[in-house]
Design a protein around this ligand. Structure first.
Ligand code: IPM
Ligand code: MG
Length: 368
C-alpha cells in the first residue's frame, strides 16, 4: 500500500477498509504493508524509489497506490521517479481502464446512459513516448549532453540531428513487436470474455513507423482470434466517437500516450475523474492499482476527496487476485452508495471521504 501525496493516503485508507470488509464477507484474508514513498520522503532524503523499495515491493502480488504529485516538487520528478518507475520496473505492460457509467451517475453526454457507456481501454504501459528517451540542446545545454543521454540506452538509435535552431528538443517513441503483441493478446482475451469487439487506436497515417508496426502486429494477432470483430481507429477520430457513439465500443487497445489522453476523456463520460479506476497489470508479476486522478494537494487532509475511484481500483485489485465475486460485490456497493446519495461534494453530495468509506464498508458486508 502506497498512499503517496496529497489526498492519496486518505483515499487509500478508505479503500483498504472496504477491501478488508470484502475479505470478511467473501472469506479471504488480506495483509497490507504500508510504504511511505512520495514527496515528503523525497524532500527529506532525496529518495524516490530505492533498490530496497523495489526488492521489498516485488514480494507482493499487488500494490494499492493512491496518488503522486506535490506543489513543492517540480512537475515530472515524482511522476517519472515513482509512478512510471514502478510501472516500468514491474513491467506492468497493461494499463486497464474500465469506462463504465454506473447507475445514478450523470454523464455530460446527451441521451446516453449505463447501457451505452460500458467499455474497457487496454493501454500499452511500457513503450511509445513514455520510454524516456529524449534530449535538449540550446541555452544551457550542449551537444555533449545529448551524447551522454544517447549512450545511456542500450539500443543505438542512429540519431543524426543536424539543425541550425538555437534551441532544440526531441523525444523518441519506441514500439516493439513483442511489446505490442503481448498487450494486444491481453486485449483479445478480454474481448473474448465480453462482447467480442476490439478497436485498435493509432495514428499510422502520420506517425507511420511506430504505429505502422503497431498496426501490422494487430493484424497478425487478430488473425489468430477470428471470433473477435476488429477495427482500426485513428486517435483523433476515436475522441469523436467516444462522445458521439460510445456504445460502439467494447474493448479498445491503444499505444501508451494516446491511451493516456483518451482515458481522461473516458473518465469524463463515465461521470468524472472521481469515478475512474485503473490497473497497471503484469499478469505474471506484481500489479498496481490506482485511481487515474492525481493527488489534488489543495484537498489534502480535509476528508472531502471522493474515494470511489480508489475503491473501484481496489475491486480491480481483487479481480486480479482471483476474487471475482468480491470484486463484483465492491462495484455493486459503489453503485448502491451512489443511488443512496452517500457521495462527496464533487458528486453533489455532502458526505466526507470517511463517510463514504463507512457506507461502503457496511454495504459490502451485507449479505444477499
Ligand atoms: C495517468 C497519468 C500518468 C501518465 C502521469 C501522472 C505520469 O496521467 O496515469 O494517466 O501519464 O500515465
Ligand atoms: Mg493520464
Amino acid at each position: 500500500m502506497i498512499g503517496g501525496d496529497g489526498i492519496g493516503p486518505e483515499i487509500v485508507r478508505q479503500g483498504c477498509r472496504v477491501l478488508e470488509a470484502a475479505g470478511e464477507r467473501y472469506g479471504f484474508d488480506l495483509d497490507f504493508t504500508g510504504f511511505t514513498l512520495g514527496a515528503d520522503r523525497y524532500l527529506e532524503t532525496g529518495e524516490l524509489v530505492t533498490e530496497d523499495d523495489l526488492a521489498e515491493l516485488s514480494k507482493f502480488k499487488a500494490i494499492y497506490f493512491g496518488a503522486i504529485g506535490d506543489e513543492r516538487v517540480k512537475p515530472g520528478v515524482l511522476e517519472k521517479g515513482i509512478l512510471l518507475a514502478l510501472r516500468f520496473h514491474f513491467d506492468q505492460y497493461v494499463n486497464l481502464r474500465p469506462i463504465k457509467l454506473l447507475a445514478g451517475v450523470p454523464t455530460p453526454l446527451a441521451n446516453k446512459g449505463p447501457a451505452e457507456i460500458d467499455f474497457v481501454v487496454v493501454r500499452e504501459n511500457t513503450e511509445d513516448f513514455y520510454v524516456g528517451i529524449g534530449g535538449r540542446q540550446g541555452p544551457g545545454r550542449s551537444r555533449a549532453d545529448l551524447e551522454v543521454l544517447r549512450s545511456l540506452y542500450s539500443v543505438k538509435f542512429g540519431l543524426d540531428i543536424e539543425s541550425d535552431a538555437e534551441e532544440l528538443a526531441y523525444q523518441i517513441g519506441v514500439v516493439t513487436r513483442e511489446g505490442s503483441r503481448r498487450v494486444m493478446e491481453y486485449a483479445f482475451a478480454l474481448a473474448e470474455r465480453r462482447k467480442r469487439k476490439l478497436a485498435s487506436v493509432d495514428k499510422a497515417n502520420v506517425l507511420s513507423d511506430v504505429y505502422g508496426l503497431w498496426r501490422e502486429v494487430f493484424a497478425e494477432v487478430a488473425a489468430a482470434h477470428p471470433s473477435v470483430a476488429t477495427e482500426y481507429t485513428f486517435v483523433d477520430a476515436i475522441t469523436m466517437w467516444f462522445v458521439k457513439n460510445p456504445e460502439w465500443f467494447d474493448v479498445v487497445v491503444t499505444p501508451n500516450m494516446f491511451g493516456d489522453i483518451i482515458t481522461d476523456l473516458g473518465a469524463m463520460i463515465q461521470g468524472g475523474l472521481g469515478l475512474a479506476p485503473g490497473g497497471n497489470i503484469n499478469p505474471d508479476g506484481t500489479s498496481m492499482f490506482e485511481p487515474i486522478h492525481g493527488s489534488a494537494p489543495k484537498y489534502r487532509g480535509k476528508n472531502v476527496a471522493n474515494p470511489i475511484a480508489t475503491v473501484w481500483a481496489g475491486a480491480l485489485l481483487l479481480d486480479s487476485l482471483g476474487e471475482h465475486e468480491a470484486a463484483d460485490g465492491v462495484v455493486r456497493a459503489i453503485e448502491r452508495t451512489i443511488v443512496d446519495g452517500v457521495v462527496t461534494r464533487d458528486m453533489g453530495g455532502a458526505s466526507s471521504t470517511s463517510g463514504v468509506g463507512d457506507h461502503l464498508v457496511q454495504l459490502v458486508g451485507r449479505r444477499g
